[in-house]
Design a protein around this ligand. Structure first.
Ligand SMILES: [Ca+2]
Length: 188
């Protein structure tokens, strides 16, 4: 119930922000029955947006500048896990997704860092599906923002509305990688 209230509060916040056209609140949803889009530009991460965790990994950027606005997520040797989206499937939409696509921008400080996008599904706090898309080859140029996309298909798992979806980047390298402007798309 607490989560549901938090989710409704988030939905209210999102719609309030889209009404005033505010640019600084980009944790938004663009929905129809078969397609849900959740975006987060990290500019308001520190206000603790519901369904998003690890906001202490979002920092004010100067060198390099963030991809959008002033804030982006840092991952490095000690902050291996990025800003994270976590929510019950039933709180996102009716039904369960066939495909989850995670896209966004990453800035590698050295070429070819060992970093992956992780899509995990928990049932009763226990993982029933853990998928990783490595981005090492995509990030072959350091010192610039590079767009990435990771697709996760769920034909092989029987998802349930009660399952919890968790999405994050996992940096297994010593090299720092910054992340900004995440977009999570769910196809039903
Ligand atoms: Ca940003």
């Amino acid at each position: 119930m607490k989560r549901l209230i938090a989710f409704l509060a988030a939905a209210a916040l999102i719609s309030a922000c889209s009404n005033n056209g505010g640019n600084n609140q980009k944790a938004s949803e663009n929905n129809n029955q078969n397609h849900i889009e959740i975006t987060n530009d990290m500019e308001n991460a520190l206000s603790m947006i519901p369904s998003w965790y690890n906001e202490n990994h979002v920092i004010k950027m100067s060198e390099p500048p963030a991809h959008s606005g002033s804030y982006a997520c840092i991952t490095d040797e000690t902050l291996q896990y990025s800003y994270t989206f976590k929510e019950l499937l039933k709180n996102i939409n009716e039904g369960v997704p066939k495909l989850v696509t995670v896209s966004g921008w990453m800035y590698a400080t050295e070429p070819n860092p060992v970093i992956s996008i992780i899509c995990n599904v928990d049932e009763n706090k226990k993982s029933i599906s853990w998928k990783a898309v490595p981005l090492k080859d995509e990030l072959n140029e350091a010192g610039k923002w590079v767009e990435f996309t990771a697709n996760f298909y769920y034909n092989d798992v029987q998802l349930k509305p009660e399952n919890e979806l968790g999405i994050l980047a996992w940096n297994q390298d010593k090299k720092t990688v910054y992340i900004d402007d995440l977009k999570i798309t769910l196809e039903y």
